[in-house]
Unconditional design. Structure first.
Length: 194
């Protein structure tokens, strides 16, 4: 599914909508499936059993220096029974995890209802402060070692949640804390996808 928004805030805030949607999808899937073993892999993947069930992509269109619109794409693997061998270790579906089929319209409606709630909270401050605790609570990579694939050089660090701007806070081996912006790096688990 894809939704389009015409936000009033400055373009620098748009990337946080990916995290807002991730929390919205997570809560929707918990409601639809009646399960709580669903997590967020910062910033934009939803995982079950260590495998990706959903990915989110946010794109912005500018008109001069102002934001014209934001488009958020959400892809949830709902009733897929199995995946090709090359992705079967990293991809899953609601059906594969819970053994039953789900109404895609109900999944979509739950996502939109949750997004409306979390988006309203977000625009109160135009940062993650109103939902940050809830997001961090469901981060699968919180407290785990991650590999930060930075163009300036890869390094290993421990994930310590997010800040108000939605950046991942990582502690490097020398004890320094760095805020990692999703657009500049990729984060992977040390021993696999998460």
């Amino acid at each position: 599914m894809t939704i389009g928004l015409r936000p009033e805030f400055v373009p620098e805030k748009a990337s946080m909508l990916t995290l807002v949607m991730a929390l919205s999808v997570l809560r929707a899937l918990e409601q639809v499936c009646g399960m709580e073993d669903i997590f967020i892999k910062w910033p934009n993947d939803i995982v079950i059993g260590g495998r990706k069930v959903c990915g989110i992509l946010t794109e912005m269109h500018l008109a001069g220096d102002k934001m014209d619109c934001v488009v958020i794409g959400v892809g949830v693997n709902v009733n897929t029974p199995a995946f090709p061998p090359e992705i079967s270790q990293v991809a899953t579906s609601l059906f594969a995890e819970y053994g039953q089929t789900y109404d895609c319209r109900a999944v979509m409606a739950a996502i939109l209802q949750n997004f409306e709630k979390y988006y309203d909270k977000f625009v109160e401050t135009c940062d993650m402060s109103t939902i940050m605790g809830e997001y961090v609570e469901k981060m699968i990579n919180f407290g785990r070692e991650v590999r930060v694939l930075d163009p300036q050089g890869e390094y290993t660090a421990t994930a310590h949640g997010i800040n108000e701007r939605g950046e991942l806070l990582v502690e490097r081996e020398d004890g320094t804390i760095r805020a990692v912006y999703a657009g500049e790096v990729s984060v992977r688990g040390i021993y696999g996808y998460v």
